[in-house]
Design a protein around this ligand. Structure first.
Ligand code: HEC
Ligand code: HEC
Length: 387
């Protein structure tokens, strides 16, 4: 969330037993139990995907653990993916057929500064769809000069996440749009104010009435924007071509990196069509769970999902981020504390797996993550120039 205000009291989450010593546990059981309890308005497609991929990943994780011994680098060249039945990573789902007029209007609104109270920023100011769907900043600064509590996640593929925001406190993008507009740390506006501004613009009014008989209304603004945001998918990543059976879409090193990604257990959490975004997990599964947050003697300022649920078990719990396009979305983590991908992967080994990777394994996994970069409107996503 952005501030203490504006939570919708969501309660769906995966109740992992977080004190379990190893990762070879049925992670997925409690998650699928929970996803079936997700609020109604949650995209049923997204939750079905989450359930399916969660189950698939359980099998793969355990099979991978049985098949491979960790350490060393002597991986055999994996077979072509078509020979595998149960990949934990899925290709992006096809886009539904959408009303092109709504998409165009939604994009216009996404770029419209009048959504902020002082007309200083639009959604695109922090979610730049011309680069990586975010910015390169650790924490963005809002239209009134106020710093955000957390790193801005990419807006690309965000419609596929099972819940919205780092702490997952909202279930739908409609709800997210409404909160962002009214949130005092972001747009600091009201619907009354936004609708007033839009209704005084005849060009905008005409566009609305051509699509929606009741014209400029809150629901219609949210509908157009959410429809546009659905189109922000990034297909044609090399991993997708590989999963579709094109073995040479990944280099030999990237294929080994994918093997390692699976056998080390990264797929226990980063899985499914969005390679993440379908469960909650503690940051610091192994060892002292508060360690990551206090490692530099820092005070803990962000307890993650605990702020939403006030449950002890939710301290330091975040939604697992999607790894699609991760090579071009630095800096990393909810606080933007890791500035490079090797640094982020190293931290994952330390806090989520309780081990140290060999430099070769780390390098191969980082290379693999480079194959997760997809395309928007036919062009590969790129990192913003200013970091
Ligand atoms: C000043 C920067 C800023 C602006 C402007 C901004 N956002 Fe965001 N956005 C963020 C940050 C930071 C987060 C993460 C907040 C959190 O998780 O606590 C976020 C998260 C989101 C998410 C959740 C994505 C996910 O994967 O969970 C959506 C959806 C979103 N914003 C939509 C919008 C829309 C729509 C607008 C315009 C109305 C907008 N944002 C304007 C910074 C911004
Ligand atoms: C137990 C679950 C779990 C496992 C296992 C796991 N991760 Fe993560 N990963 C997370 C969570 C949760 C976050 C977000 C943490 C935060 O922001 O504080 C994350 C964040 C990341 C990020 C940063 C993404 C971003 O956009 O900020 C990368 C990169 C990453 N993980 C890669 C990996 C790799 C590679 C492995 C295996 C070596 C791995 N993860 C294993 C749960 C996990």
């Amino acid at each position: 969330m952005f501030t203490e205000r504006g939570r919708f009291g969501a309660s769906a989450m995966c109740n992992w037993d977080l004190d379990r010593p190893t990762l070879q546990v049925p992670f997925q059981k409690s998650c699928s139990d929970t996803t079936t309890r997700m609020p109604k308005e949650t995209s049923s497609a997204a939750s079905a995907t989450a359930r399916r991929s969660s189950r698939a990943a359980a099998g793969v994780l355990l099979a991978a653990a049985a098949l491979f011994a960790h350490g060393g680098n002597a991986w055999a060249e994996p077979p072509a993916p078509s020979a595998w039945s149960n990949e934990p990573i899925k290709p992006l789902p096809a886009l539904p057929v959408l009303d092109a007029r709504k998409v165009a209007l939604g994009q216009q609104l996404f770029e419209d500064r009048r959504l902020s109270s002082n007309n200083a920023q639009a959604c695109i100011s922090c979610h730049d769809i011309h680069t990586n769907g975010a910015t390169g900043k650790t924490k963005d600064v809002g239209p009134f000069g106020q710093p955000m509590l957390r790193n801005t996640p990419t807006i690309f593929n965000s419609a596929l996440n099972f819940r919205q925001f780092w702490d997952g406190h909202l279930a739908t993008q409609h709800a997210a749009i409404s909160e962002v507009v009214q949130n005092p740390v972001v747009m600091r506006s009201t619907w009354h104010e936004v609708l007033g501004k839009l209704r005084s613009d005849h060009v905008v009014v005409d566009k609305f009435t051509a699509i929606y008989p009741d014209g400029v209304q809150q629901n219609n603004v949210m509908d157009a924007m959410a429809t546009f945001m659905k189109t922000l998918q990034t297909p044609n990543a090399r991993i997708d071509r590989y999963l579709a059976g094109e073995n040479s879409a990944l280099t030999p090193d990237e294929r080994l990196g994918y093997q390692l990604f699976k056998s080390y257990g990264c797929v226990a959490c980063h899985q499914g069509a969005n390679i993440g975004g379908n469960m909650f997990q503690v940051m610091g599964v192994l060892g002292n769970r508060g360690l990551y947050f206090t490692k530099d003697g820092a005070l803990v300022t962000d307890l993650g999902r605990y702020a939403v649920t006030k449950q002890e078990a939710d301290k330091f719990v975040f939604r697992v981020p999607s790894l699609r396009n991760v090579a071009v979305t630095p800096p990393y983590f909810h606080d933007g504390s890791a500035s490079t991908l090797p640094e982020a992967v190293h931290a994952m080994f330390e806090y989520q797996l309780g081990r140290k990777p060999s430099p070769q394994d780390l390098e191969l996994i980082v290379k693999f993550l480079g194959a997760l970069t997809g395309e928007y409107q036919g062009h590969p996503l790129k990192a913003p120039e200013s970091r």
